[in-house]
Design a binder for this molecule. Sequence first.
Ligand code: ARG
Length: 561
Amino acid sequence: MNYKQHIAKKIILPEFSVEEITNNIVPAQEASHGDYSLPCFSFAKALKKSPIAIATEIKDKFTPDKYVSKVEVVAGYVNFFLERNEFIDGFLCDYQKNGTPFASNKPNKKTICIDYSSINIAKPFHIGHLLTTAIGGSLYRIFSHLGYNVVGINHLGDYGTQFGKLISAYKRWGNKEQIEKGGITALTEIYVKFHEEAKNDISLEDEARKYFLDIENGEKEAIELFNWFKALTMLEVEKVYKRLGVVFDSYNGEAFYNDKMQPVIDALENKKLLTVSDGAKVVDLEQFDMPPCLILKSDGASLYATRDLAAAMYRQSEYKFDKNLYVVAYQQNLHFKQVFKVLDLLGHKWADDCMHVPFGMVSLEGGLSMSTREGRVVYLSDVLQTAVDKTLFIIEQKNPNLEKQEKVEIAEKVGVGAVVFMALSTNRIKDLVFSFDRALNFDGETAPYIQYTHTRCRSILNKASLSKTKGDYELEDLTDDDSFAIIKVLSRFDEVVIASANKYEPSILAKYLIDLCQLFNKYYTIHKILGDKAREILTSIVAEAIKKGLSLLLIDAPDKM
Ligand code: ARG
């Protein structure tokens, strides 16, 4: 039962469609103002009447029924009061029969590609990668939940002159044992050294170029070294992915497209889209107010954009996507605008289905600015570990009687969850200043707060199952203002997940979970739940909503903490 639509259909306002009216209906701000509210200001403007006149007209023509019992006008708003018994009955029936609104939707035959994390080989996996990895990973789960076939793609940065530099640096200052042991950190160290030394010795750059050519030409030793750097990187990165619970279906990165760019260039030539500028081949985009998109350098080498064009075409032919997302920082806004425009100029209708999902920058509160070349790096694995260590300390204070192993497992879920939630709860386009104190505040708008609310529910339910609360319950037991407020929020779960997907914005779901928890915690302090069958059931549904919601945000909900 879609209440908004039901109300909209009954409203007599012929100048506007049911859909327009539905979209204007919002949950009422205060319980005393009913359950749903329709502001009439935009209608008033269009019809050149006063909002109160329109609201009154709507009210007068509205006939209450078994779902909507009362209508009132306050200022320019029409407020609708629901028949609570009917609403609760509908909600519980759906929940008990189909597990809705928390059950996963049926497959919808739509495919969505999500390009996220997309790290660079032999470079540190640092805190700057937190947002793309968390947002992309969460969207992966949200779209899967909604029934999409999701393809998670890690478009690895495994191509470019920096690999020539690394080989040169390794041959000069590295040795197998040291790199094997030190991993990316050791690779970064020699990479930094290369840049320092190259300041005084220009021959180093030439040497690096030669090694890069060796990779391009498939020279055995160069390829072996490159593959080794790649394996070392992936080994470290996979550990972090596992902790975060993110998955990928493809690791086809930039190098994968080495032999797939000629068709792109041919197509551009055929359509006469390439022009020569300073020896380089570019697509002129002046009439679209953009600088030219670089396709081939003067030495014939391809560029980042060339590979992204090939990648988009490959994804379309391989996966036949309905949507193709790129979860990449806003610094690359122009790059994606250019790439999508060139796809459009090539005549690909699906260019409209390609979408850049940008996000802001992350920095660490009180931390240094980062520069890989100069060796100033905040590793994501260190951020996670610090959060987990701090959580373990807090749990030891709060719940000293838990077993050691249990404490360690809970600290992992809560510490990692705190970091992820901080990344996902801010509007994604905003820059994020990461703070451990804020992320781990058990009373703040944080994962630990939500997880704690979940354990509170679980503990009530455990006691309830021990005491086996007797008897049945009546729907009336849940019609009081406070219970009904919770049921209304629970019933919006689906709508919120869909809104998060439509806007590619997990923060909508994150904020919803905070609201739900705040409401429940207030309820918990005012009402005695244990021993009241109806309230126990309500509590179990709240626990399920929290657990499901958190899982869509990549976060686990332990039963105790
Ligand atoms: N590796 C790139 C970087 O770190 C991000 C790649 C994003 N994906 C893409 N298809 N361009 O900046």
